[in-house]
Design a protein around this ligand. Structure first.
Ligand code: NAD
Ligand code: TDX
Length: 342
């Protein structure tokens, strides 16, 4: 199995490139590889935002990754595709799973068929959640060999998409790789997600919202570290392989993350952190922890953000400086959460 010759990557198609991780990826590529022509295919759902690509030299095509006509044309013009487009929020998948089936399963299928027809290299971006969850406090980690055991409609559809990619590699010789990454944080993350929700609540003088007891653990990684890993896989990854991505930061539970954010933002009342407990998420995964040794060893990748507190401080500053980016959508997001007692 051969790695991609990076010199041959000239025309890059990024699906979901107007969302959180995809837009940060497009920014990174535009900055590091100015010779690459970048096209973004994005449906601009509630999670996509044109403004995420402001000032970036990339063409945005507004369309659905499950639309065979538009996908076939764009893939035929590309030599490399990176697939971020997805419905990405667990809580939404519990309210209405239908768009998750459409985008995550059908969208991936349509893209795979186009890549097969045009013999185009694909990298599929996936999540640690496909493995299910781990016991809190146990010395266990997900490896690339951990059996899939997804819990929510979101993670089940991501698991399904990973299986499709592997089947297309094996059955049709598609030149594809997969990465499964842990929880990202950083600029441009939608305010429905845990960290930006708490930061923007506190900026508005509202309490942070903790599901249940807050003992759950996530393996937080800065979005730039995730995207550097995707570049390393495109550059040096072996076709047909899967790589776990994680920054070994699974020693802080949700409650501690909120306490850290409150402290960094000076949000304390008489020494009490300013948060409240709200209804727990049904089927809430307890702990995720990634073993990313294969990526580190084979591809020489390592994370630059190794101190969660520093990464959070920079992220808080970004949300403070970009209120115009998040303010308009805040009431609607909170109204939807309120309906669920969250
Ligand atoms: P996001 O929700 O912020 O962005 C998703 C983007 O996809 C949006 O711009 C949206 O408009 C677009 N999109 C949705 N449906 C589409 C469709 N049918 N056709 C075209 N575009 C469509 O998500 P994110 O957090 O940036 O996640 C990106 C990818 O990374 C997803 O595949 C997700 O599963 C994966 N991932 C996310 C995390 C995380 O912590 N956020 C961790 C690991 C993996
Ligand atoms: O207000 C909240 N309070 C809270 O305690 C929210 C929104 C979440 N939580 C908890 C639930 C989780 O234990 O925080 C943790 C993180 O929640 P999310 O940001 O919703 O992320 P998670 O469900 O862990 O999934 C994320 O990581 C894996 C991304 O949303 C996925 O796209 C990715 O695949």
């Amino acid at each position: 199995m051969h790695a991609l010759d990076w010199e041959t990557m000239r025309r890059l198609l990024v699906t979901g490139g107007a969302g959180f991780i995809g837009a940060n990826f497009v920014r990174l590529v535009a900055q590091q590889r100015p010779e690459v022509e970048i096209t973004v295919l994005d449906k601009l759902t509630y999670a996509g935002n044109r403004a995420n690509l402001d000032g970036v030299d990339a063409e945005l095509v507004v369309g659905d990754v499950a639309d065979e006509r538009v996908v076939d044309k764009l893939v035929s013009q590309a030599d490399t595709v990176v697939h971020f487009a997805a419905e990405s929020h667990n809580d939404n998948s519990l309210r209405d799973p239908s768009p998750f089936l459409h985008t995550n399963i059908m969208g991936t299928f349509v893209l795979l068929e186009a890549c097969r027809r045009h013999d185009v290299r694909l990298h599929h971006v996936s999540t640690d959640e496909v493995f299910g969850d781990l016991e809190i406090g146990a010395d266990t980690y997900f490896t690339e060999e951990t059996p899939y055991n997804p819990s929510s409609p979101y993670s089940a559809t991501k698991a399904g998409s990973d299986h499709l990619v592997r089947a297309w590699v094996r059955s049709f010789g598609l030149r594809a790789t997969i990465s499964n990454c842990s929880n990202n944080y950083g600029p441009y993350q939608h305010i429905e997600k845990f960290i930006p929700r708490q930061i923007t609540n506190l900026l508005l003088g509202q309490p942070a919202k903790l599901y249940g007891t807050g003992e759950q653990v996530r393996d937080w990684i800065h979005v730039d570290d995730h995207n550097e890993a995707v570049l390393a896989i495109l550059d040096r990854g072996r076709i047909g392989e899967t790589y776990n991505i994680g920054a070994d930061q699974e020693d802080t539970n949700n409650r501690q993350v909120i306490e850290m954010i409150c402290e960094l933002m000076g949000a304390t009342d008489d020494g009490q952190a300013r948060f409240e407990h709200v209804a727990d998420r049904p089927g809430h995964d307890q702990r995720y922890a990634m073993d990313a040794n294969k990526l580190r060893r084979e591809l020489g990748w390592s994370p630059r953000y190794t101190d969660l507190r520093e990464g959070l401080a920079a992220t808080i500053e970004w949300y403070r400086a970009h209120e115009e980016w998040w303010r308009a959508g805040k009431e609607e997001v909170e109204a939807n959460y309120a309906k669920q007692g969250q």
